[in-house]
Ligand binder design. Structure first.
Ligand code: ACO
Length: 336
């Protein structure tokens, strides 16, 4: 049977560290408020002068993952790029990353699933591999949020949450009769909540797409109904975990580690308590990175592997909920 296995991982965050205390120079907030409500202590941002896009961060993470796999860029059959913060409006960063890797005909596919980008990306890659359309896939997830948030007091509810970074995985199809690789996935979306977390300008539904008036109204900044998203996350994450357990035939006790999207430490603690899991079975690193959206789960996976919390044979559930709304989970058994 054809199975999709995670061959290697890589992560990259820009070196500039922005602490909660640093944020107080631009907005009315405090280290205490941010830590208590979100768990975040610091995040990494690109240099203030800009000039670094999501594909640049992804390139650095990709170099690491390729080296660990022993692949060259030419070995890749397909690039899947997940982000909500593309370098430019279009074309998508998959093409930009492909060019930066020195390639000129490898297909590149962008997905826009925000915090579940890695999960939708894994499920998509798995479908490509099992159908025989591709066998070696680079799934790159990267975000540059720092240039797209309102760092004045008006935007503080959103601005304190987000960090820049990239996490990638190399995926390969192998023939095996063992239960390894991606064993189950469950993807969901509910567009009813699309405007609970969005950036509107420059939307095609606006004519003109951008104007001084729209900018004055602040409609080029993200808006978020944090309470609705929090509530939906706490409700949906246990359900979607049970769904992949059921699909795979594994039980809760078989899972070595849950790696949730890092949106808020409190969401993940609610999840852990409602699933009656011991603390050490749920991985957190939001304290150091903030919410890096599509990149947060692969960055966490890369760290968990580096820390030897998981390794060959570990059963892991990746899960998350974010803008869309979209929510999803993928259950995988690691190899090698
Ligand atoms: N610093 C200080 N005070 C603040 C800040 C801040 N950064 N932000 C908001 N406040 C104030 C508010 O103005 C409000 O003041 P008031 O009571 O005087 O009106 C007070 O703090 C409480 O604000 P709430 O919005 O009620 O705070 P809440 O406890 O809901 O926490 C938070 C807000 C952290 C954003 C939370 O709702 C949350 O994490 N929601 C989920 C976010 C999420 O998961 N997003 C999806 C993933 S991202 C993606 O998909 C791209």
């Amino acid at each position: 049977m054809k199975r999709t296995v995670i061959k290697s991982t890589g992560r990259y965050v820009p070196p500039r560290v922005v602490t909660n205390h640093d944020l107080t120079q631009w907005m009315d907030t405090s280290d205490e408020w941010i830590r208590q409500r979100t768990g975040i202590e610091q995040r990494h941002w690109i240099p203030e002068e800009g000039g670094v896009g999501s594909s640049d961060l992804a390139l650095e993470a990709t170099k690491i993952a390729l080296e660990r796999t022993g692949w060259t860029a030419k070995d890749i059959d397909l690039i899947i790029f997940a982000t909500l913060s593309p370098d430019i409006f279009f074309p998508g960063p998959g093409c930009l990353l492909q060019h930066k890797l020195g390639l000129n005909s490898t297909p590149a596919l962008d997905i826009r699933q925000q915090c579940t980008g890695f999960l939708y990306g894994l499920a998509t890659a798995d479908a490509y591999i099992r159908s025989g359309l591709a066998n070696k896939i680079l799934l790159a997830c990267a975000e540059v949020h720092s240039t797209g948030i309102d760092i004045s007091t008006r935007g503080r509810d959103v601005a304190v949450l987000f960090g820049d970074g990239a996490g990638v995985v190399c995926l390969e199809g192998i023939e095996t009769d063992k239960d390894v690789g991606i064993l189950a996935s469950a993807l969901h979306a509910n567009g009813e909540f699309a405007e609970s977390l969005m950036i509107e300008v420059g939307a095609s539904r606006l004519n003109p797409r951008i104007s001084e008036e729209l900018i004055k109204e602040g409609r080029h900044w993200p808006v978020m109904d944090g309470k609705t998203i929090f509530k939906e996350a706490v409700r949906s994450l246990p359900n979607v975990s049970q769904e992949v357990l059921q699909k795979s035939g594994l039980s809760l006790e078989d899972i070595d580690l849950f790696i949730p999207h890092q949106a808020n430490l409190r969401i993940n603690q609610f999840f852990q308590q409602s699933m009656k899991l011991p603390e050490e079975k749920v991985f957190h690193n939001i304290q150091r990175y903030g919410n890096t959206t599509a990149a947060s789960i692969p960055i966490a996976l890369d760290e968990a592997l580096e820390m030897n919390i998981i390794g060959d044979g570990s059963a892991v559930i990746f899960l998350g909920l974010g803008a869309g709304l979209t929510w999803a989970a993928v259950l995988a058994r690691l190899v090698g």
